[in-house]
Design a protein around this ligand. Structure first.
Ligand code: SF4
Length: 264
């Protein structure tokens, strides 16, 4: 296999980026790909379901404590060999303006060769475009493909639309929209329309199923704990689509009136 995918999943906080990222990572590992997940979320829970519920130390915390960080301190093998890294969060009240991610990745590059060896690296990045954190991995050339996760409700769509505006501003194309359903009425129709109107397409509709939360609570991905479930099939299909994807578009964000109309 000779793939070199570097993707980021964006979307409103709490919309399910981490569970989508970890399930896609697990599904790709199932297919034999070498996968790394880099959690850049302050909650550092991107990798927890790949590690049987174990929380790993974050690069930023170790650096802050003055530790001379080694690869084995921050890169942990999870489900089917998925390499898990948590960048960690900022100091409360200080933030990091995206520096955190960059410093952490620079450290990682220095201490580990795996970054170059992976078929797929998934960056699970902080929610909205409030700061440099959003663009840092793209600007540094770490991320080549951006995906946006949303549901059919107004607020997540608002955030998704804003992210698309941000991507266009930094000249970064969008590879697709993923819907993590909240069981809103006409949800698939709304998100399909949204995706089409910004010039992109809906890549997957992940149904809201209790099994996802149940597996998460136990510290596992659906792929590991409930591989025969309906939602596992959906993640598997999404993972394949991502691995085969080679098209993207410059998204054209909607104006707010149109966005409201869409969700009515
Ligand atoms: S400054 Fe941005 S990237 Fe840094 S922690 Fe705050 S929100 Fe995240």
């Amino acid at each position: 296999m000779n793939v070199h995918k570097r993707i980021a999943i964006y979307g409103k906080g709490g919309i399910g980026k981490s569970s989508t990222a970890s399930n896609v990572a697990a599904a790709c590992a199932d297919e034999g790909y070498k996968v790394m997940i880099i959690g850049c979320d302050p909650k550092s829970d991107s990798s927890i379901t790949l590690l049987g519920g174990k929380r790993i130390p974050t690069i930023l915390d170790l650096l802050r404590d003055g530790v001379d960080v080694k690869e084995e301190d921050v890169v942990f093998k999870g489900y089917k060999g998925v390499q898990c890294v948590e960048v960690g969060g900022p100091e409360p009240g200080i933030g990091c303006a995206g520096r955190g991610i960059i410093v952490a990745i620079q450290t990682l590059k220095k201490i580990s060769r795996s970054l170059n060896e992976m078929d797929l690296i998934i960056y699970d990045v902080p929610g909205d475009i409030v700061c440099g954190g959003f663009v840092a991995p793209i600007r540094k050339g770490l991320v080549k493909e951006a995906y946006v996760l949303t549901s059919g409700e107004y607020m997540p769509l608002y955030a998704a639309n804003n992210i698309c505006r941000g991507l266009a501003k930094i000249n970064t194309p969008l590879s697709g929209i993923i819907c993590n359903s909240r069981s809103v009425s006409r949800e698939e129709e709304i998100v399909t329309k949204f995706a089409a109107e910004i010039g992109s397409e809906l890549m997957a509709f992940i149904p809201k199923e209790q099994i996802v939360q149940d597996c998460e609570r136990d510290g596992f991905s659906v792929m590991e704990k409930a591989p025969d479930s309906n939602v596992a099939q959906v993640y598997r299909k999404l993972a394949r689509t991502i691995m085969e994807r080679d098209s993207s578009v410059m998204p054209e964000a909607l104006d707010d009136d149109r966005l409201r109309e869409l969700t009515k």
